[in-house]
Ligand binder design. Structure first.
Ligand SMILES: [Zn+2]
Length: 171
């Protein structure tokens, strides 16, 4: 497996983990050349999951696209990329196990928000704002109030972290 950082063809396996009751094997690898670590998956190919977007168009579920979006929301937070990879992997497994092969983008967003709400408030607010969860500034303030009332962690939600939430309209 080629290293995604330097394209060196050889890596060593640091850890192998079987998931989905043995249907997938996840391997942490380290490049022998640049020593970067990366993850590979081996799985039985199954039919694609179709995502229905809010405008009614359809696309195939793309786990790496979803992962990139979540990683962006979680920048400079305590959530490790490895945990996010595991989350996306588990979400995909859940979707695979459903009898229907279709899921709405709204539903996927809700799964992600549920997860982030438990993990990290800053990441949750960032993802919610990018994902269009807020209808406007009023919703955003309501959410902040809700967090302040329900979680001791929100005291650590500093002004500087709130500055990341630029997509929210300021009117
Ligand atoms: Zn490398």
């Amino acid at each position: 497996m080629e290293c995604p950082y330097c394209n060196h063809p050889e890596s060593r396996v640091l850890e192998s983990r079987s998931t989905e009751g043995g249907k997938t094997i996840r391997r942490r690898r380290q490049c022998l050349e640049c020593l970067h670590r990366f993850t590979t998956y081996e799985r039985i190919e199954s039919p694609p999951i179709i995502v229905i977007k809010q405008d009614g168009t359809k696309e195939c579920f793309d786990n790496s696209k979803l992962l990139r979006g979540i990683i962006r929301a979680c920048e400079k937070t305590s959530i490790s990329q490895e945990n996010l990879e595991i989350f996306v992997e588990e979400l995909e497994t859940q979707l695979q196990q459903r009898p229907q092969r279709q899921v709405s983008s709204y539903e996927i967003g809700e799964y992600v928000l549920d997860y982030l709400r438990q993990e990290n408030e800053v990441a949750y607010i960032r993802f919610a704002s990018v994902y269009g969860k807020f209808q406007g500034f009023k919703d955003f303030i309501e959410l902040l109030n809700h967090l302040q009332q329900h979680s001791p962690l929100s005291n650590s939600l500093s002004q500087s972290s709130l500055n990341y939430v630029s997509p929210v309209p300021s009117s």
